[in-house]
Design a protein around this ligand. Sequence first.
Ligand SMILES: Nc1nc2c(c(=O)[nH]1)N[C@H]1C(S)=C(S)[C@@H](COP(=O)(O)OP(=O)(O)OC[C@H]3O[C@@H](n4cnc5c(=O)[nH]c(N)nc54)[C@H](O)[C@@H]3O)O[C@H]1N2
Ligand SMILES: Nc1nc2c(c(=O)[nH]1)N[C@H]1C(S)=C(S)[C@@H](COP(=O)(O)OP(=O)(O)OC[C@H]3O[C@@H](n4cnc5c(=O)[nH]c(N)nc54)[C@H](O)[C@@H]3O)O[C@H]1N2
Ligand code: SF4
Ligand SMILES: [Mo]
Length: 757
Amino acid sequence: MSKINRRDFLKISGAATAGLAITPPLSGIFNSLFTEEEKPLLENEAVKTPTVCEVCFWNCAGWAYKDKKGRIRKIIGNDKDPHSNGRLCPRGTGGLGMYYDEDRLKHPLIRVTKNGKQVFRKATWEEALSLVAEKMKEIDKKYGKESMALLFHGKTGPHFEHLFKAWGSDTMGEPAGAQCLIAREAGFIATYGAGLASPEPTDIRHTDCLVLIGNHIGENMHNGHVQDVSDLIDRGGTIITVDPRFSTMAAHSTKWLPIKPSTDLALLLAWMNVIINENLYDKDYVEKYTYGFDLLKAHVQKYTPEWAASVTTIPAGDIIETARMMGAASPRVVIHPGRHTAWYGDDTQRSRAIAILNALLGSWGRKGGFYFPEKVKLPKHPHPPFPKPRWSWKDISRQKHKLAIMGITNEIIDHALPEYDGPYKVKGFFITATNPIQSVPPQEKVIRALQNVDFVVVVDTMPSEITGYADVILPEATYLERLDHIRNAHHRQPNLALRYPVVPPRHETKPGWWIAREIALRLGLRDYYEWENFEEVLDWQLKQVGSSLEELKKVGVKYFPRKTPLYIDDYDEPYWFNTNTGKIELYSTDFAEWGYDPMPVYKNHGEAPPGYLRLIYGRLPMHTFGRTINNPNLWELKKEPALWIHPKVAKLYGLTNGQEVWLQNPKGKVSSFPVKVRITERIRHDSVFLPHGFGNKGKLETEEGEIIQTRAYGRGILDSELIYNVEIDPVTGGTGLRNNFVKILIENPHRQKANES
Ligand SMILES: Nc1nc2c(c(=O)[nH]1)N[C@H]1C(S)=C(S)[C@@H](COP(=O)(O)OP(=O)(O)OC[C@H]3O[C@@H](n4cnc5c(=O)[nH]c(N)nc54)[C@H](O)[C@@H]3O)O[C@H]1N2
Ligand SMILES: Nc1nc2c(c(=O)[nH]1)N[C@H]1C(S)=C(S)[C@@H](COP(=O)(O)OP(=O)(O)OC[C@H]3O[C@@H](n4cnc5c(=O)[nH]c(N)nc54)[C@H](O)[C@@H]3O)O[C@H]1N2
Ligand code: SF4
Ligand SMILES: [Mo]
């Protein structure tokens, strides 16, 4: 195992130390915002406000500090917070760049036609909100309320879900489902009768063996878990990383398995084979809690390590060795379920295989495996019952996909295409805090759907791609300027965290709760909004659980007692799983009934077309998708992506480090912008690696001129532009995005085109 300097791995800021002078934590980055004499800020002069970070969906709780002039100077972690343990990652620390960003949306915009050309014109809130309500009423009159669909993400989403449900539409979904974690939720629900949610209840801090399969804790910067993994490294625990890339995590692992992409299920089945045949599984646990062991044992006999070696390119000896490592650590072993699991279309089955392996090793509900999380039972603020829509997202997806457990964005979008001729037509989109142009490939379909509907309204903070397709753009205040729902996440110990406005909204931006309520009032839905300010809702809710808004404003995070044991061994009664058999289903009785494979079966996903390389995408530690690239602080940390290419491939193309290239997919689609090459042995020769979220193309033509994200625009390549092959998971309806291939173009294809015409 390579020796790691903990600091190398743990790129999060130091724990907050009370009483010390507060200096800007990312010095250099902040120089653009503050002059020398304004630093440092003394704690006794600062005002601190509790916040919950929205730079990613880990949602760490922290404190934002303002100086005497009311300017936000610094955000630090709340040391009571179990998501951050008092330390924010660089993105969270730099989150105030979202507030200071001069390229933000500043006022409502309405699309108009001027001299035969479509442009956006600055509008008042009154004009914009009334137009939205009027258009929603029109859609209701023509097609029914259900034909207005909501696409959302993040903590602003629930404000608009409430508006939609009150109005009578439940046609809604988020890319954070079908393009992200739905497969693993479905795989674990089918096995354990329970999903994972966020933060995943992995007991990494007590584990002896962590297995990461296409899951990059460190690049994905899941704060608390990054800290737990750092400690595991310090403790000398076993880490097995399965990744076609020699990533940072791979470099710090006991064992790196450079798998041939798309063959993970073969490895997982072979591991089961070894663990069962070598009696490495937890016999008492399997007997007590599982259903279908004998069926599974027979099923995996054909999946030998030698067979898997021929499929995955991982030597059989390595497969056996790593299975033994897991067996030795059982039950203190975590085979991590991953988060972004929308890979190859059979993703629920791959996630089931991960769930089954954990069950064989007895790690579910065990110390050092997975704990049972709990959250606070926070009552909903009372309102009249919601009207029942005639149809909803369930009608769109549940017939075809039994575990479509949330709205399937790609199918909602399909129902807005001109070729869709069924009963559940989508005719309008309300889009908030999500950028489907970047996040729901294939892009071509999203664009056609947006062009086909009668009306599109977008709530955003930035002029991102999706705003360019809107009829009305409503500028939302950033998380530092607004109040949102209480963070009530499942955890070891139930707890609540408050996001309170640190400063008033800049420009003419408004918080999501206000925008949703104002639209509701114009739709005649006052009964559902018997409050003026969202503070009233939170205060009421908090008082139901013996706290108050006043208390949360002081502490930021508050803990509540657990009601049930953390681990399975501490239950007095036999533990009952929420499945048909009451057991962990190694053999899924539901899947058997629904016509899906009751135990995972390996399927070949094919090979690259000749001359093409597989497009592997992932995360950069300093950015969250495309949402942070224009943030002045984070942009300064990482201005552009690099395309990882193996030296053999580089040689073939005659490439040098830093050279700009373009990419083309087999359908002939060429990337809009170039990307710089990084030649490295750390990637397999059959693949290239590109971080997701760059290649911003958002541009708003307004009466006053163009609005773009000046730092992000045109930087690097967006993977979604090139993703043409989307494989639908039959169980959930989610999209597999990883079976896609590209070739490298050395000449600028756009210049060629311009020359030809
Ligand atoms: N810094 C940062 N952190 C983030 C985010 C972000 O944008 N930036 N986004 C957040 C969100 S919403 C999510 S869902 C999570 C996602 O976090 P993860 O679930 O960790 O997913 P990715 O980061 O996409 O992981 C991709 C890894 O899979 C590898 N890989 C690619 N193809 C294969 C394959 O066929 N087999 C195997 N075994 N590995 C493969 C890639 O090389 C890469 O290392 O990250 C979250 N955290
Ligand atoms: N090709 C490809 N596709 C992917 C992925 C991938 O790795 N590759 N990852 C998938 C995953 S894991 C996920 S979770 C999804 C996420 O996909 P999205 O939901 O689209 O991503 P986000 O970054 O959450 O949302 C971005 C939008 O929110 C806006 N925004 C940021 N903050 C706020 C705010 O406070 N209020 C409002 N109103 N708007 C705000 C940004 O300006 C931007 O327009 O994408 C999925 N799609
Ligand atoms: S992990 Fe980082 S970006 Fe994500 S919520 Fe926590 S501090 Fe914010
Ligand atoms: Mo995600």
